[in-house]
Design a protein around this ligand. Structure first.
Ligand SMILES: Cc1cc2nc3c(=O)[nH]c(=O)nc-3n(C[C@H](O)[C@H](O)[C@H](O)COP(=O)(O)OP(=O)(O)OC[C@H]3O[C@@H](n4cnc5c(N)ncnc54)[C@H](O)[C@@H]3O)c2cc1C
Length: 366
């Protein structure tokens, strides 16, 4: 029989959540193994990574932006040092204001003290104006950033492999068991197993009743010659420079979908938005899709299973993983090590989950 390997934590999933959580646990000298499988639809692999203080048509201020962005910056810069890849990029967002109403709203908001540091009413536009369809006016969001999320998780995976802390495997819930107060899975025995499966958590029998509302997002990678790569543009859609003349163009949002594949309808919508945004030709390099782990109350999911505290979850980063991920990964790590609490607003205990998780719990108990 294969000898069991003792670890402190098994982490399932190596998207943004699993990567950041394993980072903070390894920093505390914990023995960690990360199990991941390249499923279609991994959100982090296709995310633009925007860290944006003011979002949406209604110009809403992001929840606790100052606190989260300062922690995020500090974390990603430390990761850059450790991994030798660029992750945190300062980039302002120039945003098209499509009507007099939108322009007035922008100006009105810039008068509020909490919005003022982030809104510039009179951005320079000369360097890109001839390549974009002219809107009513342009505004500029400052103190924004773009996190190179795919580059981060790729580099982090390499480091985990070097530390022999990464295994590519499709985790099978049927093969998990409890041995006393430890978790046994495959060749590992762990104090705890923490699930970071992104939208695939909807298949997890141990956290069955969490109100996930996954949304599919599609995007195009395009080449646009001559469009400056210093800022992010938001015309009909976001155009995010990702280097070598390439732009991430997106994205769609749909909560009704059959699978994680790019669709014809998504392609048509993105093409139409691009034509309504750019006045210059663009070349489509790729069409990609991912499933965001969005949730009903827009707050992350942190916590342990009430009946089996050997099982934990860190998920629900939704559309703001780049901004909120580092702060809550650290909070989860501190909690797991008995060094801190989970805030009630993100604790899964805020939901009535019950303990009826079917045959899995019967099996675990037997
Ligand atoms: C089009 C698009 C644009 C986005 N833009 C932004 C943005 O600009 N800014 C921002 O902050 N966020 C953005 N997001 C959201 C962002 O991607 C998420 O907040 C974040 O990446 C979620 O990370 P995660 O680790 O929870 O999930 P994921 O990245 O989906 O990772 C989950 C991992 O778990 C693995 N896994 C699942 N089940 C198993 C299993 N049984 N066995 C083994 N492995 C398993 C998966 O294969 C995957 O590798 C965007 C998302 C999309 C789709």
């Amino acid at each position: 029989m294969e000898k069991k390997q003792h670890v402190d934590f098994i982490i399932v999933g190596q998207g943004l959540a699993g990567s950041l959580l394993s980072y903070f646990l390894l920093q505390e000298n914990q023995r960690v193994v990360v199990l991941d499988y390249p499923h279609k639809g991994t959100s982090t692999k296709v995310a633009a990574g925007l860290v944006n203080p003011i979002t949406g048509r209604r110009l809403a201020k992001s929840w606790r932006f100052e606190e989260f962005s300062s922690f995020a910056k500090h974390t990603y810069l430390a990761l850059e040092e450790e991994l030798g890849v660029k992750i945190w990029n300062y980039r302002n967002i120039v945003r098209a204001l499509h009507s007099v109403f939108e322009e007035n709203e922008w100006v009105r908001r810039s008068g509020y003290p909490e919005f003022q540091p982030y809104l510039n009413d009179t951005p320079t536009t000369a360097d890109f104006e001839d390549k974009m369809q002219p809107p009513q006016a342009w505004g500029e969001l400052v103190h924004c950033a773009q996190v190179s999320m795919p580059a981060f998780i790729e580099a982090w995976k390499k480091l985990l492999v070097e530390k022999q802390a990464y295994v590519e495997t499709d985790f099978d819930y049927q093969h998990i068991s409890l041995q006393g107060n430890k978790v046994s899975y495959g060749k590992w025995i762990a104090e705890k197993i923490i699930f970071c499966e992104g939208a695939k958590a909807t298949e997890n029998p141990f956290f069955k009743n969490l109100p996930f509302l996954p949304t599919k997002g599609e995007l195009l990678l395009i080449r646009v010659d001559g469009l400056p790569e210093t800022r992010i543009y938001k015309q009909k859609l976001f155009l995010v420079p990702i280097g070598s003349g390439l732009f991430w163009a997106g994205s769609t949002t749909s909560n009704e979908f059959d699978d994680a594949n790019p669709t014809v309808a998504g392609n048509e919508k993105l093409n139409a938005d691009l034509k309504a945004s750019l006045t210059v030709p663009f070349e489509i390099v790729a069409h990609l899709a991912g499933i965001r782990p969005t949730v009903s109350d827009l707050r992350p999911f942190l916590g342990l299973n009430a009946q089996f505290p050997e099982f934990g979850i860190f998920n629900g980063l939704g559309t703001k993983g780049a901004l909120m991920g580092p702060f809550f990964a650290k909070q989860m790590a501190d909690f797991l090590l008995g060094k801190g609490e989970i805030e009630p607003e993100v604790d899964i205990e805020r939901f009535e989950l019950g303990t009826h998780n079917g045959h899995f719990f019967t099996k675990l108990n037997s």
